[in-house]
Design a protein around this ligand. Sequence first.
Ligand SMILES: Cc1ncc(COP(=O)(O)O)c(C=O)c1O
Length: 431
Amino acid sequence: MSDPNLETLASPGAGRGNADVAVELAWKMARLHGTPAYVYCATALEDRSRELLGVLPRSAAPRLLYSFKANPLPSLTAELRSAGCEADLTSPGELAAARAAGFDLSRALYGGPGKGVEEYDAAIAGGVRHFSIESRTDLRRLSSAAADRACQVKVLLRINPHAAPKAKLAMSGVASQFGFEEDELRSQGPEILREAGEQVDIVGFHLYWGTQIGEVEALLASFEKTVEIADELTTILGMDLQILNLGGGFAWPYAHAGAAADLAALRDGLERLHAGAGPSRQAQWWFESGRYLAGSSGTLVARVMELKRSKEDRWFLILDTGIHHLGGMAGLGRIPRFSIDLLPQRVVSVGNRITVDVVGPLCTPLDCLAKKLEIPTLEPGDLVAIPNVGAYGATASVVAFLSRPAPVEILHRGGEVIAVHHLRTGHEPLS
Ligand SMILES: Cc1ncc(COP(=O)(O)O)c(C=O)c1O
């Protein structure tokens, strides 16, 4: 455990689960394996899976798919598989990770825009049988790959709805590269079904409204809208609806301490929705989650390299981690800048606080994890932890930028190491 002569801060607002214990164990793991380290707690993965599976409507024979884009680490995903999740995949790399983690690929869903015949061919050869299809071009390519392999596959048509549900959602019903336009399906649905080809059974719909939907009411409103659209389209297309993928968007704090709202109230709402549904009632209901399932499991432990003053009154806390390990796309201005909670292991002097920009070792001012964060005064060598980064951490960052080493990634249960990895970076010669 932690050094006995150091004072350890409890994580603020730790909330559901045992976040304080998780951070304690993260210090221990980082001491064993060095920093920067992503430390993942298997118990948190089990807890979140149980919670989410527990609110899905039993009468709808639900499936919970883990979105590998959140974190494809094979040992971590294997824990989610053992906890009852299936795989939501979007790339050959995720497919390889799911195979390595022992997922039954015939129960996985493979989707995302811009896929070629070769990619579909490889997925079919790899055992995938369910595809979420985003356009007519996509459908033709899958049909061609399935025909070449003489393999029957099932397709969910992804819908880009034309209007958002009444509840306030940040993203939905907007122009995007994702899915068939709802109106296109209404007007040309039967034609699309005919185009599918002999080897392709169109069995369902897929609708993903967006991420970080924090309120139970907003989640329910989005699911209600999905069922309404699916009911109508099933009738228009004259389909035998077997699978309705309602997506998710289940929230979890990112890089901040705390926990998501309790989802227990969702259970009754979803059961009611299922009981009152039209044709969607016959279908299996599938749900997807990345951040809710994986977010809470991960803590990024870093080391303070320097506390540096610039000009009169600006202070920079320089860590051995930065945007190449966490939130890189935010650092590069690709998505809105985010901030972090920083949990110091040691309080050098209680009450002696300082306001800093938290930065990393990259040679660019973009390498900034937080601005104007008030922290206790720290010294080089001190450890700090960033909580709730099990999803959209290392693989969602610009790991190859400046060719610095990838962080070590450690999965443990109760302090017993299950697996240690790190992402490969650098160039391999092709000839
Ligand atoms: C289609 C789809 N499904 C699932 C997810 C996972 O979302 P989250 O990690 O918020 O659960 C995403 C995220 O972008 C997505 O685009």
